[in-house]
Design a protein. Sequence first.
Length: 259
Amino acid sequence: MDLYLYIDRPSPIHRLDPRAKLLMLLGILLFAVSSDHPLVPAVMFALVLAAAQAAGAWRALKRVRTLLIVLSLFSLVAWSLFADGPTRLLGPVSLESLLYGVGTALKLATTVAGSFVFLATTRNEAIATGLIRLGLPYNAAFAFSTALRLVPTFVGAGATIVQAQRSRGLDVESGNIIQRMKKYLPLIVPIFASAIRSTNHLSMALESKGFGARRQRTFYLQLHLGAADWMMVCTGLLLIAASFLLRFSGYGKISGLLT
């Protein structure tokens, strides 16, 4: 079972410096959420999909397609019903609330899809090294990269335990959602036991390697910003500046919207 998000491809996005990709991702997300109107987040979502196409990262997006659909539909329906505006369309739904619901759904989709494309095109060790080069303390960067590495491990352990119980005759598919959740409850204990065992092994491995013995560290992975990286940095900075300008100047607001 392949649970890791990173997809090894020789694409131009894979070859970019992780610092440049982090800044570009921040710019895309901030610019997407800076406007209430759906046009701006729609453009950013299209940019994320274009990046996924260029990097061959569709496999990562397919894994979260259900999450994207559920979040988007829930946001669309909720804000269309609970927001208000003067232009009535159908019942409690107004044109303004519908636009706001579509915009919010696109913001959520851009945030989730953009983050997964970044993880699918950037190695875990490159993320950690990039964060350290940006000034984040080594311990914090290591904790972040370890979390990214352990989540698939724990999910894989859970999947293995579920398959083992199925082979012993446990039926976890029949019944309604409440009954299926009750069937999964007894499996939480071995999953947590496996997680505790893995973290204990990791802590012993870190101690044996002298983790934290020296303040100054050297890195096998050497990062260098090239011409393409600087273009991404400049684009990310422009998007960040444009997002603040768009937000504080009042552009992108939906006229007559009441939330």
